[in-house]
Each structure stands twice: as structure tokens, then as C-alpha cells.
Ligand binder design. Sequence first.
Ligand SMILES: [Zn+2]
Length: 160
Amino acid sequence: MRVAFFKSDCRDCGHSFPYPLLPDQESYGTCIAKGSDGRTFAYLCCLIGPGQVGWDEVASIFSKIAIEKNLILYEERDDLQQLIGKCLDPVNGLELSIAEGPICPDCGSTNIDYGDGELIETREIPEASFEQFLSLSAEDRERRILHLLEEGTEEPDFPG
Ligand SMILES: [Zn+2]
């Protein structure tokens, strides 16, 4: 998938870097998953194909567990988003996230000015996949989601 990268500026260290954005008319049901290094990206479509199969599976196990465990979900959509990111196959060895917003590749800040910067380039990014998650048995998928939910929703620290 070729995606347009736009100039974004870190409000903390002042570094400018390219960040991929999808045009509004195409972005329904699609998003860009990001690695914690601020440089790794993958394209995820949750409306058709393998992306949809993975998304629906995570969402349905999540609802089932939420009902069974009587979980109090403060931000249900955010919790699901966190889970979806964590169930994606890593890219370049990095766990992905589909939470909103860029991460500065220099200092790890999420305090970024973006969205109306100039177009820098278009770049091919891989399609995000759920292959590892979907290769688990039904019991193991549920166990994995339960484990991720119990881990909490804390964002991992930026490495380095
Ligand atoms: Zn920065």
C-alpha cells in the first residue's frame, strides 16, 4: 500500500519527520498501525480480507470476556484499539499500536504538531496482519486476550 507522508513537528525536541496520513474518504475502516520507534508503519483495513477476520475475532473475544468477567470498561473503544494493536503481527520486531497520533522518532514524545504539514513523499508500507494471533487455537486466543487485558492499558515506555 502506497501512503502519503506529511511533515510533522515534535513540540518537545523540535525535530521534523514524515508521518503517514490516509485521505479522509479512504480512511473509513482503515488505519495505520505504528511501531514505538516512530518509524515503523503498517496499513490495516478492517472491512475486508484478513484484516477484517482478525479484527472481528479480537472484537468478539473481547466482548465475550467483558461480559463474562463483568469488566468495567471506561473507554471501550480505546481498550479494543489497544488490544487490536497488540494482536497484530510485529513489524521489524516491534509491537504495533493503532492508537491515534504520531510518536517522535527522535525523542519518543507524542506531543506532535501534525495533520496539515506539507506532503514529503509517498512510501510503500506493509499490510498489517494477525497471522500469529489467528494461528492460535480458540482457547489460546482467548487466553492471550485475557492476558493482554490483565496487563492493563498502560502504554509501554519508549525504548531509549
Ligand atoms: Zn521529539
